[in-house]
Design a protein around this ligand. Sequence first.
Ligand SMILES: [Zn+2]
Ligand SMILES: [Zn+2]
Length: 310
Amino acid sequence: MSYSLYLCRFADGQPAPMDESAIREVLGPVTVGGLPPTGLPDSWDLDTEDGGGSEVYGDALGLTFNRFSPGQILDHVAALVRRTGAAVLPLDCPVILTSEADRRHLPESLRAEAIVVALEALTGQAIQLVITPRPEPRQRPLLPRFPYHPSPVATGSVTTSDAPCACCGQERGWVYTGPVHAADAPDSGICPYCIAFGKAAERYDATFIDGIEGDVPQNVAETLLKRTPGFLARQTPNWLTHCGDGAEFLGLAGAKELEKYPDAVDHLRQRWPDDRFDDFLASLDKDDQPTAYLFRCRVCATHLAHADFA
Ligand SMILES: [Zn+2]
Ligand SMILES: [Zn+2]
């Protein structure tokens, strides 16, 4: 891997000369064949003890380090920056300054993005950290579609994982974190694909949902129990249904979230007609107990809720 960077000292937006004797003292010892007694050549090569190298060209108004190798070459670049107060302009990276006060001296287009590394902290390694491309975040495959649990990542039932699936052994990039109801199944480490495709249910005779409230056709019940990610709750809630179909689970909700869904509050109230309901409703908390579980009918779009009733 090779890089290129440019050193330049700026004053009021214009390049200003660096101290040439500093250039000679810092780069001379690692210049192949040494520097001439006076002046700087048009270009020259650097060679460091760790086997690194770089082409250098330019003059006191700006030096380009071309095709340099990381390591000691950058230590020399850093030393030169500390001596001259130059800014480091790596290719395709923000400008590195050694003092916030230098920002206003940069050409305007470079000012906003420039980063400051304190003079004493400006080492070769510090430059290296700025110019090393960060690894791209891993691209994860699309999740299978769960008709009754459309956003299992948002609800917390599926999360990222780089471990192989406990069921299929493949690294899918995702893992199911909800409940597994089975006599003999791993309680964690199953990928969402093994749930969606029914593989985990079949292999472990498992369900991921405890029960279903109301009557739904057999195929809906099968999909809900065996191919739908469940969710963790204090009391194992039954999956809500409406209009003869399973409802889709939208996530946890507290009193505040439920304000947006008066239909869900009505639904909750109908199921527990208790005169303490309003107090109970006010106590619901998305992040604490008791919590409500928000659903939406897939047919008529009515919101429904279940809650942990003490
Ligand atoms: Zn799997
Ligand atoms: Zn409905």
